[in-house]
Design a protein around this ligand. Sequence first.
Ligand code: NAD
Length: 422
Amino acid sequence: MAKTTSHDVRDLALAPDGVRRIMWADRQMPVLTAIRERFEAEKPLAGYRVAACLHVTTETANLMRTLKAGGADVVLCASNPLSTQDDVAAALVDEFDIPVFAIKGEDNDTYYAHIQAAVDHKPQLTMDDGADVIGVLHSSRREQLGDIIAGMEETTTGVIRLKAMEADGALAFPVIAVNEARTKHLFDNRYGTGQSTIDGIIRATNVLLAGRKFVVAGYGWTGRGVAMRARGMGAHVIVTEVDPMRALEALMDGYEVLPMGLAAGIGDIFCTATGDKHVIAREHLEAMKDGAIVCNTGHFNVEIDIPALRELAVETREARTFVEEFKLADGRRIFLLAEGRLVNISAAEGHPALVMDMSFANQALATEYAVANASSLENKVYPVPFDIDEEIARLKLETMGVAIDRLTDEQSTYLATWNEGT
Ligand SMILES: NC(=O)c1ccc[n+]([C@@H]2O[C@H](COP(=O)([O-])OP(=O)(O)OC[C@H]3O[C@@H](n4cnc5c(N)ncnc54)[C@H](O)[C@@H]3O)[C@@H](O)[C@H]2O)c1
């Protein structure tokens, strides 16, 4: 029987499966576990209400447990309608007494009603993956803005939006850009998204990647992870970019670089990873080969022009779970995965726990930092403090059993001089 009465999840009977999987993930999250044990003793978040809007996965469950161990009163809703793991949502309510509002496949109205329910919790701290709670607070719930001491933001797209709000003078409280920590984006965005995106594509389609033309749009942190792993599976990878520096990097990393206008007619599998809109536009869809598979791993489902695809189609059907077939007038078929939403979290389980350990260690420590420093923070987007980032890297290596060298005194002196060693 659920202890918290406040929740909206698929089925509490799923809780035992969720608990098993949360504990499995926990084994891969030793840095977060160490933080949880310290939080348990020190209670740095005692008395603070937190509204978290994150993908409801096993790793997120372990972050919620950590915040609660630190004394926070936490509520969780989903940051994407398709990413919720219903057994995890049930377990958080039933086993860990944490209110959750999230059901996999919820419609848009329910999705936003669940964010409102999290805001009803009267948070003093927010934790977003895509700035949805912050968006709601700054639009329909402005009367609560004064209660918030700080927010945390997990992903690139959210940080871009928050920086735009800061530039407009619209941001009403300080936000810590967890995505900007090197122990976050260098690993989560690259290796986490790289592996789990390929996992999502394969789980949805069972397609062979070897020998196929795999088009990755965007060569940022996520795009390079996807490209790297697709190449590892034997695909011929083509990268599209708008930034000359990143296009050059892709080229010298050994990929073919083309504009989407040319790649569209060549590719077998397309994956967008840009955070931008209509990267695969109508004219690109019109040029695609019969059987092309298109998907997205960027934050919002706007990277592929799905309305145009619907207009172009004379017939649609579900070909497999998470695969929608669009038949065009000339008989060609295009397959869209996971409604164009984050394919790695919709059709697979999202990032492996070992990498989320670092992302969520940043979330937990950034929350502690925000509480401790609330009075000195302005209404700006802040990076995670350098020493927190470094400490997470150090701990991660230690928990992976990897030792590194330390600078000797002689080397420290040498590196700090300008006139020695010629
Ligand atoms: N799937 C996941 O689990 C996951 C994880 C982390 C980040 N993300 C999301 O992935 C997206 C990308 O994040 P990132 O960290 O790689 O960002 P990034 O800024 O490092 O990279 C984005 C790249 O896309 C390029 N780009 C922009 N418009 C383009 C266009 N029209 N065509 C081709 N390239 C274009 C940019 O030049 C840039 O190099 C964001 O929406 C982010 O929130 C998803």
